[in-house]
Design a protein around this ligand. Structure first.
Ligand code: PMV
Length: 354
């Protein structure tokens, strides 16, 4: 009926933590017990694509995830993100149409988001999703940051790790000190062009949804794991400094050693939780074995593994060793008839290059 509709589409990659976030000091504001550091992937790899639209013709806020409508009223986290961006709305002008601040604050919003990778399989799908939601909403409503990192603090309300996906390259999430969370924000420590020959390989071991969500797992660990507090207070602060130094120097030996140590301590914390949480499976441990064996044979770190709240392996190596890493993986996990053709072709091409 001629009602205006404004829309924005954005794409945001996921990020892989090399110093892990595990445990909150504030559940509602999602404030972490320790700082963390991650690598943001290429937007052409694992990413969320989100379209947000606003119009006086919409009767309620609505959300579609991977093509299926999901109730927004059931999700406090979606509501918190939506409210925080809406409160900061300014006026906008697009395609000859205008919307005032009052209109933008009262009109309803539709959100449609899609991941190009398995959701909730420990591949940080919520990180890409909430970062993309907050970024696209901010564009839609003309919101600009008052202080650098403001938008990351809003994305954090959706999912802690999401705050790191608002930046490319290497990103630190400062735990912050304030009780209102305004200083618990993400900050880029090096841009995406900083380390051109660093490669990330995501080995999907299992694309089923994980059994214990990161939210539930963290709660259990905070309640029961003595190792978690030790880690947050006595291990991570020094590791953050060492990791930033390794990244600044493009020192793959230090980067790889710290990445593996931190993944292993995170999973040790899960095992130290009561009841224990097992995110890795036999295939995950097989990947650890083959990487450790290769590194031991070579007398240096050729590849480094890290695992989040699921069994899938994320592997780092340098470009020069990419073919060799893939050859080792394919030797231990030969492609079967059920391997999707695109993955197989990709593997075959890399093998040819190697
Ligand atoms: O942000 P969440 O609730 O998805 O938690 C992420 C936790 C880990 O992926 C295991 C670690 C991290 O820092 O990303």
């Amino acid at each position: 009926d001629g009602a205006p509709i404004f829309s924005v589409t954005a794409r945001t990659p996921t990020n892989i933590a090399v110093i892990k976030y595990w445990g909150k000091r504030d559940e509602a504001l999602i404030l972490p017990l320790n700082s963390s550091l991650s690598v943001t992937l290429d937007p052409n790899d694992l990413a969320a694509t989100t379209t947000v639209a606003i119009s006086p013709a919409f009767e309620e806020d609505k959300l579609w995830l991977n093509g299926k409508e999901v109730s927004i009223s059931d999700s406090v986290r979606y509501q918190n993100c939506l409210r925080a961006v809406r409160e900061r709305a300014q006026g906008i002008e697009a395609g000859g149409e205008k919307a005032s601040q009052e209109q933008l604050r009262s009109w309803r919003i539709h959100v449609a988001s899609r991941n190009n990778f398995p959701t909730a399989a420990g591949l940080a799908s919520s990180a890409a999703g909430f970062a993309c939601l907050v970024f696209s909403l901010a564009q839609l409503l003309g919101v600009t940051e008052e202080r650098p990192g403001d938008l990351s603090a809003i994305a954090r309300l959706g999912s802690g790790s999401a705050c790191r996906s608002l930046y490319g390259g290497f990103v630190r999430w400062n735990m912050g000190q304030a009780s209102d969370g305004h200083d618990s924000i993400a900050e880029q420590v090096a841009g995406e062009e900083h380390w051109p020959d660093l490669r990330v390989l995501v080995a999907v071991v299992n694309d089923r949804q994980k059994d214990t969500s990161s939210t539930a797992g963290m709660q259990q660990s905070v309640r029961t794991s003595p190792l978690l507090l030790h880690r947050a207070k006595a291990v991570v602060p020094e590791r953050m400094v060492a990791m930033e130094r390794a990244i600044a120097a493009r020192d793959f030996q230090a980067f790889g050693a710290l990445t593996m140590a931190d993944s292993n301590q995170f999973h040790a914390t899960c095992l130290d939780t009561s009841p224990p949480i097992f995110y890795m499976n036999d295939a995950s441990r097989q990947v650890i074995g083959l990487v450790e064996q290769w590194n031991a044979q070579a007398g240096e770190i050729k590849a480094a593994y890290t695992f989040d709240a699921g069994p899938n392996a994320v592997l780092f190596c340098l470009e020069a060793d990419r073919g060799a890493l893939l050859r080792r993986l394919l030797y231990h996990f030969p492609p079967s008839d059920s391997t999707p053709l695109n993955e197989y072709v990709e593997s075959a091409e890399l093998l040819k290059e190697a």
